[in-house]
Design a binder for this molecule. Structure first.
Ligand SMILES: [Zn+2]
Length: 295
């Protein structure tokens, strides 16, 4: 799932490609993706793109006073194409194409127009697209917590958040978009590993030193990921993210810090990874599925 660093880099890459271009047509292949009807999609056609930005994990294409907003969910992605077909794509359950944005006139007679393909792999269709007058009209954006890479996100903001969240587990608090914007399953694993903290630690149990450590880990892990991703094309971002993860998605591999094995706790539709030596005093966390397998 694209999280803050990937969406940030994606916005930057797309800004370079889209700035000053006009949208010729927006084709929707997966109708469940379109969440709004006013203004209509056709309002974008013929209009110029003047910026591409990010709100949490939402990608925002500014189109002459309107906003074409995407939430890529778990398996969504945006692909730049030098040339796209101009005929509307046929809705198909086999295709991963959800939305195609066709740009203005081609640069040469032999070439079709350039465009963007917004795709979603897998069967769980949760990619969302909105056409709005203000980004705040998207409920998920209106309710976003502070962005961890802005100046407004201070140690004090962090402390306040943790106190309000009470006994909730820190892993869940970090991932909740209304609490802090942009962090998902992968980076919450990574920054808890960097902060040497158990994912199940209650939010309000952190002392001052731990709050400082976690705050630094959030800034460092996300800041580094953004710095590495900046300037990469959309097609290179996924590989870049994966190659730098220390524990997330690495069950059974060696922790790069201490060499202990990376362990997993699985849930109904997700899992978390951690290092027991670095994060839980060497004591593995209970995992229902693992203990079932071992019986
Ligand atoms: Zn370790």
């Amino acid at each position: 799932m694209p999280e803050l660093p990937e969406v940030e880099a994606l916005a930057l890459d797309l800004k370079g490609r889209l700035d000053g271009r006009a949208i010729a047509k927006v084709h929707v292949a997966a109708f469940s993706a379109l969440k709004t009807y006013d203004p209509p999609l056709s309002a974008l056609e013929g209009s110029f793109i003047d910026d591409v930005t990010r709100h949490g994990k939402f990608l925002d294409i500014h189109v002459s006073g309107l906003h074409l907003v995407f939430h890529l969910a778990r398996a969504g992605w945006v692909r730049w194409r030098d040339e796209v077909p101009t005929i509307p794509p046929r809705p198909s359950t086999k295709s991963t194409l959800a939305v195609r944005v066709v740009l203005d006139a081609p640069t040469s007679e032999t070439q079709g127009p350039a465009g963007l393909d917004v795709t979603e792999a897998g069967t769980k269709k949760s990619l969302a697209m909105y056409v709005v007058r203000s980004p705040e009209d998207v409920p998920g954006i209106a309710s976003l917590g502070p962005d961890p890479l802005t100046e407004a996100f201070t140690v004090e903001t962090r402390r306040g958040i943790l106190e309000r969240e009470g006994r909730k587990q820190i892993k869940g608090v970090l991932r909740h978009q209304g609490t802090i914007a942009g962090i998902g399953n992968a980076y919450s694993d990574e920054l808890l590993h960097a902060a040497r903290m158990s994912p199940f630690k209650p939010a309000n149990s952190l002392d001052d030193a731990e709050i400082e450590t976690l705050y630094a880990a959030i800034r460092d892990v996300l800041g580094d990921a953004v710095a590495r991703s900046r300037g990469l094309a959309a097609s290179e971002l996924k590989g870049e993210k994966k190659s730098h993860l220390a524990v997330h998605g690495r069950t059974g591999e060696k922790c790069p810090v201490c060499g202990d094995v990376v362990r997993e706790v699985s849930f109904a539709d997700s899992s978390l990874q951690y290092c027991a030596t670095c994060q839980t005093g060497g004591k593995p966390l209970a995992d229902r599925r693992m203990s079932k397998l071992l019986k």
